[in-house]
Design a protein around this ligand. Structure first.
Ligand code: RB5
Length: 147
């Protein structure tokens, strides 16, 4: 499985830690930037992650900013993306099982590296359960298509 990962300036160190962790777990990882600690704009990096997922150049995406909030809002503006901002593992797991989230976001100023790894692991190890949850996702897609 291939993961695209991106971040703004606030999350360079955390992205490096998460990338290392994912590679140790056997995932293929593509880092889309930023690699700089100079101030930059999180929507740019969130969109890059989402485009990789939509183009099927990655199976799933991870996007990190200071809080995870801004980048998740940006990601959710990309049609076909269901991004979730998680600060704990339970919601991360359910966001795959029930919401089929295809992008995981969190905040480098909110979670430490070890908690972030737990969040990522729960998210990646969970599977979408389909059934009534697919019906609800179809409703979300209908809302998206109304514009
Ligand atoms: C950057 O200072 C900060 O605003 C950004 O990383 C993020 O927290 C936005 O939601």
């Amino acid at each position: 499985m291939k993961i695209a990962i991106g971040n703004d300036h606030s999350a360079v160190d955390l992205r490096e830690e998460i990338t290392k962790h994912l590679r140790e777990r056997g995932f293929e990882v593509e880092e889309v930037g930023t690699f700089s600690r100079e101030s930059s704009n999180y929507p740019e990096w969130g969109e890059k992650v989402c485009r990789k997922v939509l183009a099927k150049e990655a199976d799933l995406g991870i996007a990190i900013c200071g809080t995870g909030v801004g980048i998740s809002i940006a990601c959710n503006k990309v049609k076909g993306i269901r991004a979730v901002c998680c600060s704990e593992p339970y919601s991360a797991r359910l966001s795959r099982q029930h919401n089929n989230a295809n992008v995981l976001c969190f905040g480098a100023r909110v979670v430490g590296a070890e908690l972030a790894k737990m969040i990522v692991d729960e998210w990646l190890d969970a599977e979408f359960q389909g059934g009534r949850h697919q019906t609800r996702i179809d409703m979300i897609t209908e809302i998206e298509n109304k514009g």
